[in-house]
Design a protein around this ligand. Structure first.
Ligand code: ATP
Ligand code: MG
Length: 313
């Protein structure tokens, strides 16, 4: 049976409750919520009952323990999370502008997760797992990049697979070495999960069809473009499948892409047809936006089935 691994940041998210106001004056906040794109992704994978693990580091503080406890409760193997006695757990403050777009203040550069190394339990997990999911946000620190690239080599050498969600945040795109690291990961990717303009990140193409063709010609097996409330489109060498989004009330969009990706990768790895993987991934992304907090809207398989019945699918 396959075991899904991810490597990267664990942090907490603190959310401004009102739209429009900046952080230059006091605002009301909710949180801390467990967060970090790889953590949200793997929590959703675990909730679906799929064997999975995360390699990360947190400080020995409430923010770190909040995350480890949640991931463990949701069936994630947390043996690869080092609790660093003198370290701190990062945080992200997020606020929503009037138009619904998000602005982040990240405090992760000096947090424990920037020192991840592929040693000890982390090295064992890289040997044990058969699939690695990479989040672009994790490529901000050299030791995390090195660990991810080393894990890719180990997993690929055993015939395993790699999925990649660029998950770009303009706030960290210019971290030293980030662009080179993104290129190194895409070169090893089997399943590519961009959102909107991220489709064009690695090609010269300006329309969707050409961009997808170029990507598939490099050896990528499938591309799944996430389109927010519109839904998602799947492409491989022979098929283009579009699946509409579900009508839900959007409370907090953060985490939708991670939950979508988690469901898609889980179904795909377990041999589901892309139609079914898309359907469940759309359902998972839709449910994710209905709760405040990036991980709070993660779903079990039973919840997804009940949601699909309620949507008359
Ligand atoms: P993020 O990086 O913020 O987690 P993303 O940009 O990677 O998100 P989105 O396209 O925003 O990804 O969302 C992923 C998927 O979640 C969509 O393809 C869709 O299935 C679902 N989704 C997102 N927003 C909504 C919404 N408002 N209503 C219904 N479904 C949604
Ligand atoms: Mg995303």
């Amino acid at each position: 049976m396959s075991k899904i691994l991810t490597i990267g940041e664990i942090l907490v998210e603190i959310i401004a409750t009102e739209r429009g106001n900046g952080f230059r004056a006091p605002v009301s906040l909710i949180g801390p919520f467990p967060s970090g794109a790889p953590a949200i992704f793997i929590d959703q994978v675990g909730k679906l009952g799929q064997d999975c693990a995360i390699i990360s580091r947190v400080g020995d503080d409430d923010f770190g323990h909040l995350n480890v406890d949640r991931l463990r409760a949701d069936n994630v193997d947390v043996s690869g999370i080092d609790i660093v006695p003198q370290g701190t757990t990062g945080s992200a403050f997020v606020r929503y502008r009037e138009d619904g777009s998000r602005a982040f203040v990240f405090n992760i550069r000096h947090s424990a997760c920037g020192t991840i190394e592929l040693t000890g339990n982390a090295a064992r997990l890289a040997e044990e797992c058969t699939h690695l999911h990479v989040m672009g946000t994790s490529l901000y620190a050299p030791s995390v990049v090195d660990s991810i690239l080393a894990a890719i080599r180990i997993i690929k050498s055993k015939g395993g697979t790699v999925s990649f969600d660029p998950n770009l945040r303009p706030e960290i795109l210019n971290a030293p070495g980030m662009r080179e690291a993104l290129k190194a990961v895409i070169a090893q990717t089997d399943l590519f999960l961009p959102s909107g303009a991220e489709l064009y990140l690695f090609t010269e193409a300006t329309d969707e069809k050409d961009a997808v063709k170029e990507l598939l010609a490099t050896g990528i097996k499938a591309v799944v473009v996430k389109q927010g409330s519109v839904g998602a489109t799947y492409f491989d060498q022979t098929r283009t499948l579009t699946s509409p989004g579900f009508a839900v009330e959007e409370v907090d969009p953060t985490g939708a892409g991670d939950c979508f990706g988690a469901a898609f990768v889980t179904f795909w790895l377990n041999g589901a047809e892309p139609e079914q993987a898309l359907l469940y991934a759309n359902a998972c992304g839709a449910r994710a936006v209905t709760k405040a907090g990036p991980m709070e809207g993660a779903s079990t398989r039973a919840e997804l089935d009940a949601f699909l019945v309620s949507q008359k699918v």
